[in-house]
Design a binder for this molecule. Sequence first.
Ligand SMILES: Nc1nc2c(ncn2[C@@H]2O[C@H](COP(=O)(O)OP(=O)(O)O)[C@@H](O)[C@H]2O)c(=O)[nH]1
Ligand SMILES: [Mg+2]
Length: 311
Amino acid sequence: MAIPATPVEFPDFLKKVFNDIKLKNAALVAVMGATGSGKSTFINKACGRDEMTVGDSLVSCTADIKLSSIFKLNGRDVCLIDTPGFDDTNRKDVDVLGDIAGHIACAYKNNIKLAGVLYLHRISDNRITGVTKRNIKMFHNLCGYDAMKNIAVITTRWDLVTETEGASREREIRTNPSFFKDAITNGAGLIRHLTNTTHSAQEILSDLIVKSEPVALKIQKELVDENKNLHDTAAGAELNRELREQIQKYKDEIEQIKTEMKERQQKGDNQIADLREEINDIKRQKTQAERAREEMRVDYQELRRKQDTGK
Ligand SMILES: Nc1nc2c(ncn2[C@@H]2O[C@H](COP(=O)(O)OP(=O)(O)O)[C@@H](O)[C@H]2O)c(=O)[nH]1
Ligand SMILES: [Mg+2]
């Protein structure tokens, strides 16, 4: 079976080439990070072709996990996995988690281990948003501290900062526990992708690949070795916790509006259609959040079945 020259969706790719000895020998590296951190750009530079769609808009381009074609690096075959961020404007985070978890667990189940993970982070951001923090949290939960020796945090967009600004932000993310302090303490690298060039991308990859033995990420072990349901994995539990909070918020909002409704009615004001509409709106969002929680009640087999059948 020939390796496809262009990237394809992971499930098909897996089915077609899992038994291909070439992929078994290839160094497989997952590229993670928030939307806009430069994952697709980095992959295009690394393999020297424009394979991944690069997004300029706020809507994420990476709707699914994608594999790059296999390319040679220092005589070794390398293949990169482009993953969606946990801030996607067009997808629920539970879907993103299922997507990443299902596919990398499937690789692990088939004895294909990751050589490492690159986590991309924009050094140009002068304010760290909630979304950035969430992505960092999910990254830690997906990978686990045992895997950190095979992980490098890559800072991007150095062309948009002065050396002093960049170095000061680098210090912050290196020493602050909300960022990468714990990852780095446990062996993760913190590396500058200074020039956004093929040379820089390949140098980063070379260092990661030669560094150590392939690794199992926490989510892979949880789903495959420990037979956990997705909602019991560290990453799933984090999303579950957030969803529970969100659902409670919706409940509180509904109660508040109901109280307001009663107050209006007591004053003889029966114009409450707007409040009813508001309640219905919140109820719809609450139902969505509840469904998302339900969707995480799947084990590895069920997750893969859903992904293969689309149901
Ligand atoms: N100035 C600058 N822009 C970059 C760099 N890397 C990526 N970009 C831009 O950042 C935007 C998001 O990049 P993309 O690769 O799509 O990010 P992804 O969502 O993580 O895949 C695009 O407009 C890229 O052209 C960089 O090093 N410097
Ligand atoms: Mg992308």
